[in-house]
Design a protein around this ligand. Structure first.
Ligand code: MIG
Length: 737
């Protein structure tokens, strides 16, 4: 069975699947040029006679449904933040959310399941989304036999096939199918400081004050587990974080937003209101015999809300809103929502039993047994847990695990939106499934202070972005392990060119705020953060336009330059919005960087050199981030501020790198409300040629303030001009001769 979903997107049904998660972007009545040939439950897809997908066999192995296809030619990109190279070929991946804090080159699975990928071969591209929320494996020809294999636990599978032929169109359509990205508040694009291990209010205040004293910009402070009373969500510690609302106010007065952590698990403690309510109403996940499922997480004995049910989401969503009402925090950071379950009573009993019966004569078996327990931590426990659906059906966890974290985040976003319909919050999630982008941004979890992870994070943010998750970032400096000076700088330099820019580290590791390595490194890092803040108008405008058009801020080179096959092989450079190419340094002591510059001339911003397309070598000493401006593009900047709303922005700088004609769209709004959804935004075109600057009148109901616009026009032949004009909502034309 198959059907059209929208133009050039088809939905293929294999076997008799349950499709728990329903995509939303169906446009009935549309059809495209793909030819679908169905034969005994298998399919062949063609476009103008050319085969795009060819199924080989279908098989049932016990509880599993297996589908084999011919492996595609070309490259495979996507799957969210999985470890390893950006091209996913020749590897097998598992989709079953897991909390694994050691990200080696082959660790798999991790926190998210994003079963969507793009196939790219020359000028042809299409996307494949296997919409399965339970256990799944995909093997992109790891055995080299020319076969792609997918195996799911269940009775069938739903595939969405999206024909391009450009990567850009594939991604846009995939986002259309799974949902528009959240509007993050403008301050979310500032810099954020976090650490697991800011033990009390004073420690946090000390850090906050240092930022202001040193004039290092910072917009957000994240509060980890310590702020809670005994790891109970939506509480605060009366000793170390007493008078919490006043503390939040104090930070607000200094220009900081405050974003506390929320864990998926609820401490099982009578008298803790949330536990009592959840237990009384049957809101928690169930065990095999219908009793509440219990496991150990940070709070000790823990129960888990059944986010699959809408009543539970409504209840949980109100908890966030209520916490905002009490404390006025500015967002939430949803953690442990795979969900992580450290251990269960049964497992503990088994461990005890096995260890108790051992003695030294067991030799090697002793460490082996201990090691086998460490799997427990990752244990996904599909068998032991049951959900109750809205229809009252009992559903085993293995069918739904991969959407648990997304549904928690949905509860968060919807709960906040309901109570505060006109206030944007920063919502983050560690676990995810396609569609997460409607409810929250993501970070990539527990990376390490390793050089290897700078490149990995570069790959991660590109892969998340092409899977429709635009608001993403990683722990700058690395979460686990002790950071070293140069590594910290290079981590910052990458982080400054990502949507979500936050330094975070684990308890027990070396502190890694910008100043820990003394004046020299502090100044280099301060410059990086300042540079980031100058880019705010460009970043925010590009993000919001991307939100409307379903185009990510982070774009692999092939997203913009698909025609050039060399771009298909590049994972260590990317486009940051439409005008900037960034090639961060990711090796220790690397003072030159080899870069590939596609198609046009590029301005090497750190030195002002104009470079020809092709392979180039640029200087990249520690103070320098290799980043480039595309020919015929504009970058809009402002003066840096200590935090985004510190002062009115009186001046905008339009850096124009001009050959013939530049055209850009500038988006502005108030940055913190939802009024833009009712048309209260400003969108206008700015066109610069050798003869004139043309600024369109602002369209939309938001009146941008009158500001000085300074145009710095650099022509490819080297001529420089600077023109300053006052611009409000009205358009104008300025001749350049
Ligand atoms: O088991 O809250 O990924 O960012 O600092 C560790 C403590 C729990 C994992 C998150 C990390 C966070 C940490 N959490």
């Amino acid at each position: 069975m198959w059907s059209w979903v929208s133009k050039n997107t088809v939905r293929l049904i294999y076997g008799s699947p349950k499709e728990w998660y329903k995509p939303e972007g169906f446009r009935s009545g549309e059809s495209g040029d793909i030819e679908v040939i169905e034969d005994e439950g298998k399919f062949i897809l063609k476009f103008k006679g050319r085969i795009l997908q060819e199924d080989v066999s279908i098989a049932r192995e016990g509880e599993y449904f297996c589908l084999t296809m011919k492996m595609w030619k070309g490259r495979i990109f996507g799957l969210g933040d999985k470890m390893g190279p950006m091209d996913r070929k020749q590897r097998k991946y598992i989709f079953f959310n897991a909390d694994d804090p050691i990200h080696t080159p082959t660790t798999d699975p991790l926190y998210k399941s994003i079963p969507f990928f793009v196939v790219l071969y020359r000028n042809l591209s299409f996307g494949v989304f296997f919409n399965h929320t339970g256990y799944m494996e995909m093997d992109f020809d790891s055995e080299g036999k020319g076969l792609f294999k997918i195996k799911v636990r269940g009775k069938g599978l739903v595939e969405y096939f999206i024909f391009g032929p450009s990567v850009k169109e594939v991604i846009k359509e995939f986002v259309n199918l799974t949902g528009k990205n959240l509007p993050a508040p403008i301050w979310a694009f500032g810099y954020h400081q976090s650490r697991w291990g800011y033990t009390d209010k004073n420690t946090v205040m000390e850090v906050a004050r240092k930022f202001r004293e040193k004039g290092i910009p910072c917009d957000g402070i994240f509060l980890d587990l310590e702020h809670m009373d005994s790891f109970k969500n939506f509480t605060w510690d009366e000793e170390n974080f007493k008078e919490f609302p006043e503390f939040v106010k104090e930070l607000h007065d200094m220009g900081f937003k405050v974003i506390p952590i929320v864990d998926a698990g609820v401490k099982a403690e009578k008298g803790y209101e949330i536990f009592d309510e959840g237990e009384k109403n049957g809101y928690f996940l169930k065990g095999k015999n219908g009793e509440d499922f219990e496991g150990a997480v940070w709070p000790g004995r823990t129960r888990f809300p059944d986010f699959v049910r809408s009543a539970v989401r409504d209840w949980w969503g109100e908890r966030y809103a209520d916490f905002v009402k009490r404390t006025n925090v500015d967002g939430f950071w949803n953690d442990m929502n795979e969900p992580t379950i450290f251990v269960t009573q049964e497992e503990l009993n088994e461990m005890r039993g096995r260890m108790a019966s051992m003695d030294l004569d067991d030799g090697w078996l002793i460490p082996l047994t201990l090691l086998s327990f460490s799997n427990v931590f990752k244990g996904q426990r599909g068998e032991e847990i049951y959900h109750r659906s809205d229809e009252g059906e009992n559903v085993p966890h293995w069918e739904l695990r991969n959407v648990y974290g997304m549904l928690m985040t949905r509860a968060c976003w919807e709960g906040l939106k309901k109570r505060f319909p006109n206030r944007r919050f920063l919502v983050l999630s560690r676990s995810a499934y396609p569609g997460i982008q409607k409810y929250g941004g993501v970070w990539t979890g527990d990376n390490h202070s390793w050089w290897e992870h700078i490149l990995q994070e570069m790959i991660n943010i590109q892969s998340l972005s092409i899977c429709g998750i635009f608001f993403c970032g990683f722990d700058v400096g690395g979460f686990g392990g002790d950071v070293t000076p140069e590594l910290l700088v290079r981590f910052y330099q990458l982080g400054a060119f990502t949507p979500f820019f936050r330094n975070h580290s684990a308890i027990g590791t070396k502190r890694q705020e910008p100043w820990v390595f003394g004046e020299y490194y502090e100044n280099v890092i301060k410059d990086v953060i300042n540079l980031r803040y100058t880019l705010t108008p460009y970043i925010y405008s590009s993000y919001m336009i991307g939100l409307m058009r379903n185009e990510p801020l982070i774009r692999p080179l092939f997203f913009e330059f698909q025609d050039d096959p060399i771009t298909h092989s590049i994972e260590d450079e990317y486009m940051f919005g439409p005008s900037i190419l960034v090639a961060p340094v990711y090796r220790f002591g690397q003072e030159k960087r080899v870069v590939y510059l596609p198609k046009v001339k590029w301005l090497y911003i750190p030195t002002g050199e104009i470079l020809e397309p092709g392979w180039q070598v640029v200087d990249s000493p520690l103070e320098v981030i290799p980043y480039f401006q595309r020919e015929d593009s504009i970058i809009v900047r402002m003066d840096p501020q200590n935090f985004i709303f510190e002062k009115d922005v009186e001046r905008l700088y339009f850096e124009v790198f001009l050959n013939k004609r530049v055209e850009m769209d500038l988006y502005e709004d108030d940055g913190e409300s939802f009024l833009f959804e009712e048309g209260l935004f400003s969108l206008r075109k700015i066109v610069v040629t050798n003869d004139e600057i043309e600024v369109e009148s602002s369209k939309g109901g938001y009146k941008p303030p009158v500001r000085e616009w300074i145009f710095r026009i650099l022509e490819v032949r080297g001529k420089v001009r600077e023109i300053s004009i006052l611009v409000g909502e009205k358009g104008l034309k300025i001749p350049l001769h």
